[in-house]
Design a binder for this molecule. Structure first.
Ligand SMILES: CC(C)(COP(=O)(O)OP(=O)(O)OC[C@H]1O[C@@H](n2cnc3c(N)ncnc32)[C@H](O)[C@@H]1OP(=O)(O)O)[C@@H](O)C(=O)NCCC(=O)NCCS
Length: 166
C-alpha cells in the first residue's frame, strides 16, 4: 500500500473528524480535538493518506514546564492519535508518530508529552514521568509519559482544553 505522510490542512479537518469518531467511538474525541483547534494551541497535525483517503491522524498542542525560578520550557503534548480500524496494528501509528516527532524536532521542539497506553508510546521512546520531578495532574500514573529531557524540578502547564479533559 502506498502511504503518504503529510501535514494536515484545514481542508482535511472534516475527514479527520470522521476518522477520529470512527477510531475512538463511543468516546467523543472529536469535540476535544475541535476545542484544541478553537483554543489555538495546536502546534501541528499530520495525516497518513492512502488512495486519497486519510487513514491516520496525529495532533500536538503547546504545553510547557515551568521551573521554580519561573523559566518556561516548551513542550508538545501529543493528543489525539488514531489509525483507521482495518489499518491498525500494521505499524502505521508508530510510523506517523515518528514522522511527526521528526518534523517537530526540525522545528526546534525538544520535549514531548503524552497520556496514553503505557505499552504503546515507549515504542517510540516515551518514558513514564516521575511525579517528584514534574508536578502534574497524573502523579504516579504510568500513562503520563515524556520524551526528551525534563528539568530536575518543574510544574506542568497545560492548554485549557487538555487541563479540563484530564
Ligand atoms: C492505538 C493506535 C493509535 C495504535 O496504532 P496502530 O497503527 O494500530 O499500532 P502500531 O501498528 O503502530 O503498533 C502496534 C503495537 O502497538 C501496541 N498497541 C496497539 N494498540 C494498542 C492498544 N490499544 N493498547 C496497547 N497497546 C497497543 C501493541 O503492542 C501492538 O503490537 P501487536 O499488534 O504486536 O500487539 C490505534 O490502534 C488506534 O487508533 N486505536 C484507537 C484510538 C486510540 O486508542 N488512540 C490512542 C489513544 S492513547
Amino acid at each position: 500500500m502506498d502511504i503518504t505522510l503529510r501535514p494536515a490542512t484545514g481542508a482535511d479537518f472534516a475527514e479527520i473528524d470522521t476518522l477520529t469518531d470512527l477510531a475512538f467511538r463511543p468516546e467523543d474525541v472529536v469535540t476535544f480535538l475541535n476545542a484544541l483547534r478553537a483554543e489555538g494551541c495546536v502546534v501541528g497535525e499530520w495525516v497518513a493518506e492512502a488512495a486519497g483517503e486519510i487513514i491516520a491522524h496525529i495532533a500536538f498542542s503547546r504545553a510547557c514546564v515551568e521551573t521554580p525560578d519561573g523559566n518556561r520550557l516548551s513542550a508538545a503534548f501529543l493528543s489525539p492519535l488514531c489509525v483507521r480500524p482495518g489499518h491498525q496494528r500494521m505499524g502505521l501509528g508508530q510510523r506517523l508518530m515518528t514522522h511527526a516527532l521528526a518534523e517537530l524536532r526540525s522545528a526546534g521542539e525538544t520535549l514531548f508529552l503524552v497520556v496514553g497506553h503505557p505499552g504503546y508510546y515507549p515504542k517510540v521512546g516515551f518514558v513514564a514521568v516521575d511525579a517528584a520531578q514534574l508536578d502534574n495532574p497524573w502523579p504516579g500514573n504510568p500513562a503520563f509519559m515524556a520524551l526528551g529531557e525534563l528539568p530536575a524540578k518543574a510544574t506542568l502547564v497545560l492548554p485549557k482544553t487538555i487541563a479540563e479533559v484530564h
